[in-house]
Design a protein around this ligand. Structure first.
Ligand SMILES: [Zn+2]
Ligand SMILES: [Zn+2]
Length: 136
């Protein structure tokens, strides 16, 4: 965790990081703020948001930024794939190893020096699928 050593960790920042890393739900800043307030009741949404920006800039957390959608945050920075439910909006981790061959192929097709990739699948989560079956 070299990045955290370079970064000055205030109590607020540490609590925000701790709580985010405990979650698997990829919360929005607002959702995380509600949780952080259990430990720091007076923290503002702006402060949570600002700290999340700083933590993602130094690479200790990941920002899931999709145009037109509310930003979500992930305490896991190792490359892993996501599944986003188009119905309930939740984001899940996909338990599948990243495909290294993909970067080589992208490089061959573009002449790019490819240093990484992000992949997000979209669809309907099991809960929403069950719900639809129940209503039919
Ligand atoms: Zn869903
Ligand atoms: Zn994730």
């Amino acid at each position: 965790m070299e990045a955290t050593q370079r970064l000055r960790m205030t109590t607020q920042r540490q609590v925000i990081l701790d709580e985010l890393c405990k979650l698997k739900s990829h919360p929005t800043a607002g959702e995380l703020c509600q949780i952080v307030r259990r430990r720091l009741p007076r923290i503002s949404l702006g402060t949570v948001y600002r700290n999340l920006e700083i933590l993602s800039r130094v690479g200790v957390i990941q920002k899931l930024d999709v145009a037109g959608l509310e930003m979500r945050f992930d305490g896991t920075v190792d490359n892993h794939y996501h599944l986003r439910c188009l119905e309930c909006g939740r984001v899940f981790d996909l338990d599948m190893p990243p495909m290294d061959g993909l970067e080589r192929t992208a490089s061959q097709h573009s002449g790019f020096e490819v240093m990484g990739h992000r992949l997000e699948f979209v669809g309907r989560c099991p809960d929403c699928r069950r719900h639809q079956v129940a209503m039919a």
